[in-house]
Design a protein around this ligand. Structure first.
Ligand code: ADP
Ligand code: MG
Ligand code: MG
Length: 883
């Protein structure tokens, strides 16, 4: 089919085919806005080229045809020596990838046509302009098409300026630029191994090919991975007649926004640079002026620009950003798109547009994202006086954290316990570091990416994390890290920015998040951002079908989750209640040889558990609280084999009796498992350790009874983990029902199960006969569905998998719709066929992940459950999914 489209043939909805830039150039053309004529080569053509290494055979002829037409419109021929048509060759993919790919301007200039261009422009200014344009072409073409290092040209330019004692490029005259062209051609020939091409059509073809190739430039690949943009879309190529901002002081180029993209404030914003070509504005070669000053300089062009911006905002019904050029007092538009904006601006603008009657509230909610809301919930650094940076890593979990550097988890816990703010710095973290991670304000690692352990854990907890700061040389043993010759020791203060990945020395001032203050207090006030967040989130709440619960293990977390809008607890992990001082009781339970000893240990745990649950039921009064019976292998509660061996050996050496340690050591040896995550855990524990689950159910029942008697309204739900067969659940259920029966005043208590073993998903119809609710444990379901050990694979081969496009994002971060998602779909439809009223939810990382929330909405779950900090994000995304 057709591989080349004239601007007049396209429109904004064709961005799959024409890329965002091409589609919007077409749209502007058809709106009658002043766009230089041109045409777009489709992404189809690019994909063929990228797949096969050569352009589709029919492309050349189509380009010829459209070029001929363009030449006709312009009344000039490409590179004509007497009066050359010049064009730009510009990348432009479906999703904007700012500055990641390539563009070449002034294509068509040669040793001959440079004279023609000068003559057409006229006067001495014309000479200067023509040579300036030519040196730019050689520079951009060299860099982009022939990989000439940018510095080689920059050094030559600097040298020319030095020779002239020139402050900026404007101080170079026609003669200087002509000399520079000669130098640039030498530089080009030296690095490219050929002379600068003098055939205009060859320039054009090579530039088109280079733009195709720039799809796979390293930084473009990296950017796509970061932004989860598919790697196989390819870019379109736009060939656009040049207009010139470097024709003198009555010309120039600029960028403009129809609203402030940083704050969302109404009014136009932009930068303008006189006597310059496109790239100069962003490259920062000279200081730009504001649009207000443009109004002083050239009122007529300014007015045209204002009218064009009004047209665009009215048409796109959103903030637009624009690239424009003024050529001798005539305005040209070179690009527009619905502009990128900060998270705060996104909310404010969407709300403004509702006030202006431009969009509906539904549309406004569709236009903001959970990721943006999450960003707004973290405190931020105040960067007003451009601080010096220590290192750059990957922003893995947003936020602004300040604290003393520590290198060990235990030390972090110790200092935090003493009231210090700490940043845990490691090469990478592992599950053993969890206490340290929890105790720290932020995590900084020198290895690993966005799916590394540190990153995933930190995101889940809403904790700031910068990972993969590979310039850091971390030496845990000496308690130091070095970076670029600077040494930072334990106790030194650093600041890390989890949004930008930047690391700063010392304490950076931070600002509180107004949005979190609003969630905490419920007070809206008059801050424009808070007003907008409140408005859009309330509307999302009205629209959504999914309920949102929280994963919370403590009354404090439960209370916060409730303030953040949680409609219950979807997952309370009871194992967290077996840590600390209670560890010894768990040890006694494990060491018990007789029923009596075991019962003693369980009896000691019972009142402690009961008290935990009372707190939770009170904090969540009136709302459901799902409590999962103990899940991890019990040996996780025992000291490590190494520690015990050393302790026993030392005691024996000193001639002492290791006593309990010896028995513990024997137990650890006995309980050792090669694959503990597939071993004795979850429901299996309940089946082999008599009384353990019964004790937990009794604690739940008694707590609910006493909270009920105190006048509150508890809604307990008992959840059995790791069930793979209905018989497992039936056995535990029978035991639980007996206990519930024995306790007086127990409110109605649901008994249900997690669906986290693939077999459970596939036999969901059977399991549903014994369960009053299901909750998908998507972490384990992903782990067992893919056969990926969650604790091992992310730092190991996931980056290769991402490179290969096996997945675009870790399946532990965002639900794998095709595989794990299918297990979920099967389980939902087959269980509901048996039991239409079955309540089904999800707990685990995915419950707070925006894409996954949409999936859970689509398959018809009743609720998602996520960490308290993700609750507002899930509320918003559930609303967006329903609109
Ligand atoms: P990017 O996608 O990196 O912004 P562009 O393709 O938009 O790259 O082009 C880079 C710069 O060159 C922009 O400032 C653009 O406005 C300018 N430019 C592109 N084409 C032309 C043209 N035909 N005439 C004048 N300036 C142009
Ligand atoms: Mg651009
Ligand atoms: Mg699990």
């Amino acid at each position: 089919e057709k591989l080349v489209y004239d601007f007049a043939e396209g429109n904004k909805d064709l961005n799959d085919l024409l890329g965002g830039k091409g589609a919007n150039l077409a749209e502007m053309t058809n709106l009658g806005l002043p766009v230089p004529p041109g045409f777009t080569i489709t992404t189809d053509a690019c994909r063929v080229y990228l797949d096969t290494g050569s352009q589709p055979p029919e492309l050349a002829a189509e380009i010829d045809e459209h070029l001929l037409k363009l030449e006709g419109t312009m009344g000039r021929q490409l590179g004509d020596p007497a009066d050359p048509l010049l064009v730009s060759v510009r990348s432009g993919a479906k999703f904007s990838m700012p500055g990641m790919m390539e563009t070449v301007l002034n294509v068509g200039l040669t040793d001959e046509s440079v004279h023609g261009l000068a003559a057409q422009a006229g006067g001495d200014g014309g000479e200067r302009f023509a040579w300036d344009s030519y040196r730019r072409l050689i520079q951009m073409f060299g860099r982009t098409v022939c990989d000439v290092p940018a510095e080689a040209f920059e050094e030559a330019l600097d040298e020319a300026k030095r020779a002239k004692n020139a402050e900026s490029d404007l101080d170079l005259d026609a003669g200087d630029l002509r000399g520079l062209v000669a130098t640039f051609k030498d530089v080009f020939a030296r690095h490219a191994g050929r002379d600068f091409p003098q055939e205009p059509r060859e320039q054009l073809d090579l530039a088109i090919r280079a733009v195709f190739d720039s799809w796979n430039a390293e930084r473009a690949v990296l950017y796509r991975r970061q932004e989860r943009i598919p790697s196989d879309l390819g870019t379109a190529v736009n060939v656009v007649a040049m207009v010139f901002g470097n024709l003198g002081s009555d010309s120039g180029t600029g960028v403009a926004f129809t609203r402030d993209p940083a704050s969302g404030r109404q009014g136009v914003y932009g930068d303008y640079l006189a006597n310059a070509q496109g790239e100069d504005v962003v490259a920062g070669i000279r200081n730009t002026v504001s649009l207000d000053e443009l109004e002083q300089l050239d009122k007529a062009s300014f007015d045209s620009l204002m009218r064009a911006m009004e047209t665009l905002e009215g048409h796109y019904r959103d903030l637009c950003d624009i690239e424009f050029t003024i050529e001798r007092g005539k305005l040209w538009l070179l690009q527009t798109r619905v502009g990128k904006r900060t998270a705060a601006a996104a909310f404010i603008i969407a709300s403004q547009l509702v006030d202006e009657g431009v969009i509906s509230l539904d549309e406004a909610v569709r236009r903001v994202t959970g990721d943006q809301l999450a960003q707004l919930m973290f405190p931020t650094f105040d960067l007003s006086d451009e601080p010096e940076r220590l290192a750059q890593g990957i922003g893995a979990s947003p936020g602004a954290a300040v604290g003393k550097v520590v290198f060990a988890s235990a030390r972090a816990v110790e200092l935090a316990g003493a009231g210090e703010r700490v940043i845990l710095v490691r090469r990478e973290t592992n599950p053993d570091d969890l206490p340290g991670i929890i105790a720290s304000r932020g995590i900084l690692t020198s290895r690993g990416g966005k799916t590394s352990h540190a990153a995933v854990v930190a995101r889940g907890m809403g904790k700031t994390c910068v990972c993969g700061a590979d310039a850091l040389d971390v030496n845990v043993a000496s308690g130091q890290f070095t970076v670029d010759g600077t040494t930072v020791s334990e106790g030194d203060v650093i600041s890390i920015d989890g949004t930008t990945g930047r690391v700063y020395p010392g304490e950076m001032p931070v600002q509180d998040s107004a949005v979190v203050r609003y969630f905490e207090t419920g007070e809206v006030g008059d801050d424009a951002l808070v007003v907008a967040v409140h408005r859009l989130l309330s509307h999302a709440d009205e629209r959504r079908v999914l309920k949102v619960r929280a994963n919370a293990d403590t009354p404090e977390d439960a209370a916060r989750a409730r303030r953040f809008g949680a409609q219950g607890i979807g997952l309370c992990r009871t194992e967290h209640m077996f840590l600390g001082e209670r560890r010894e009781l768990v040890e006694s339970l494990i060491l018990a040889d007789t029923d009596t000893d075991r019962q003693l240990a369980l009896d000691a745990l019972l009142p402690l558990q009961r008290k935990d649950f009372e707190g939770l039921f009170t904090a969540m009064a009136g709302l459901p609280v799902t409590i999962r019976l103990i899940d991890p292998p019990l040996h996780e509660f025992l000291p490590s084999l190494e520690d015990l061996s050393v302790r026993v050996a030392l005691a024996e050496e000193r001639g002492e009796d290791p006593g309990r340690d010896r028995r513990l050591l024997a137990a650890v040896r006995r309980m050792h498992e090669e694959n503990p995550m597939l071993g004795l855990r979850g429901v299996r524990l309940g089946l082999v350790i008599p009384g353990l689950f019964a004790m937990q159910v009794r604690a739940i029942a008694e707590a609910a009874a006493s909270v009920g008697l105190a006048g509150e309204d508890p809604h307990p739900e008992v959840m059995v983990p790791l069930v793979g067969a209905v018989q497992e659940l039936e056995t535990v259920k029978a035991e639980a029902l007996t206990v519930l029966d024995e306790v007086d005043n127990t409110p109605h208590t649901l008994i249900g199960t997690m669906i986290e073993v693939p077999r459970a998903a596939l036999t969901a119809a059977q399991i549903a006969q014994a369960a009053e609710f299901f909750s998908f444990g998507t972490n384990d379901l992903t782990q067992m569905g893919w056969g990926f050990s969650r604790d091992d694979v992310e730092g190991s081969f996931f980056s290769r998998y991402l490179d290969l496009g096996i997945f675009r994002v870790s399946p532990f971060e965002s639900i794998d719709r095709d595989g794990v998602g299918r297990l979920i779909t099967i389980a939902v439809s087959e269980s509901r066929a048996i039991r239409p009223d079955l309540k089904i939810g999800v707990c685990g990382e995915h419950g707070g992940d925006p894409d996954s929330v949409h999936f859970f909405h689509e398959v018809g779950l009743d609720y998602v459950s996520c960490s308290p900090f993700r609750v507002p994000v899930a509320r918003l995304e559930a609303g967006r999914a329903a609109i």
